[in-house]
Design a protein around this ligand. Structure first.
Ligand code: DNO
Length: 347
């Protein structure tokens, strides 16, 4: 397992030197943030990231995310230009030593939560998804801003995008995904890069927008669209595991034994009776997922990919980007490292 930590670049209050001080830390997961979605990343920006990360004593070899332009998902006539830009990003990142690229294929919005600062029993705050709150959210008013969302959309852009998506169904989205993969995976292969799609979070339709990377049957279908090891997964335990309809352990076992998981996002969630969920500390008894069991499965299957602790709570009065503070993610990293070390020693 290659332990890694997400970093949002030089404006991130979590400094690289703090990340370096987390025991067993290896790689920094980051991206170029100064370029609009769909454009080519400059070699200078990529080189700067690499330099910053390496100077702090860490490795720059995994990127999250190279986002996919909506025209590609919608199958618009402009998609070929954006796919060529995407392929150019793959080539440039490979030149810089990157081995894995994480991306997603969620229409319009990336991960969605309904509240960013829900106070838990212990006084920490966490990201939550409450069904009743979601019903009251209006994505079209342009005022919602979640940490994972592209904030460059204006009200009019969102309206136009929703209209575009109202004209395509899930099968059409599968078709545009296949088209994208058929053009991108050969370039990834030539450049020795593993592509790792992130599942939809949460793994069901929201705001009437279609979502397809949601569970085992669909992931089986996804992996066959282009049946190559370069076409793989970011397996996010919190995304797929926030609904009881997914057997997260069975999925991790199956896809890691097939060598198709290139990146693990490990986080715990507490599933509530009505299907809502709260993000919790990584420790198993804090949420509904058995993190030890997850690590045991990966260990049994000799997982050698990248793994990062995913969202953390805000603890010890830390402020900053919700889900991406230092302290709770560092606790998560240490917990995961402890489990892995124990499994290694008990071998
Ligand atoms: C959430 C993240 C996602 C992920 C993208 C990948 O915290 O895991 O935003 O980076 O979906 O494209």
């Amino acid at each position: 397992m290659k332990l890694s930590f997400r970093w949002y670049g030089e404006n991130d209050p979590v400094k690289l030197k703090y990340i370096r001080q987390i025991p067993n830390m290896r790689s920094v997961v980051t991206a170029v943030y100064d370029v609009p979605v769909g454009e080519v990343w400059s070699r200078e920006s990529i080189a700067k990231l690499k330099k910053d990360v390496e100077e702090s004593g860490l490795i720059f070899d995994i990127v999250e995310s190279v986002p996919v332009h909506e025209d590609i998902k919608l199958g618009k006539s402009t998609r070929d230009k954006y796919i060529e830009n995407y392929n150019e990003n793959i080539r440039r990142l490979a030149e810089a030593g990157v081995k894995v690229i994480c991306y997603n294929f969620m229409p319009v919005f990336d991960w969605t939560r309904t509240q960013l600062d829900k106070e838990l029993e212990d006084g920490s705050t966490a990201l939550v998804y409450y069904k009743d709150q979601l019903e009251k959210m209006d994505p079209l008013n342009g005022e919602l801003a979640l940490p994972g969302w592209d904030s460059s959309y204006k009200k009019e852009d969102l309206k136009a995008l929703f209209e575009d998506y109202s004209r395509i169904n899930k099968e059409a989205l599968w078709g545009t995904l296949q088209y994208f993969l058929e053009k991108v995976i050969p370039v990834a292969k030539e450049n020795d890069i593993n592509m790792a799609i992130h599942p939809d979070d949460p793994p069901f339709d929201i705001f009437g927008l279609p979502r397809i990377i949601t569970g085992e049957a669909n992931i089986d279908r996804f992996l066959k669209l282009v049946d190559s090891p370069n076409n793989g997964l970011t397996l996010c335990t919190g995304s797929l595991g926030c609904t009881k309809s997914n057997d997260i352990y069975q999925m991790i076992d199956k896809y890691s034994s097939q060598g198709r998981i290139h990146f693990m996002h490990v986080r715990n969630v507490k599933i509530l009776d009505d299907g809502s969920f709260e993000e919790s500390a990584h420790f198993s008894t804090c949420g509904s997922l058995d993190i030890v069991k997850i690590m045991e499965i990966l260990h049994k299957n000799k997982f050698q990919g990248y793994l990062r602790p995913d969202h953390g709570r805000m603890i010890w009065d830390e402020t900053g980007r919700p889900g991406y503070g230092l302290y709770d993610r560092a606790l998560g990293a240490s917990y995961i490292t402890g489990i892995w070390e124990t499994l290694e020693k008990l071998k």
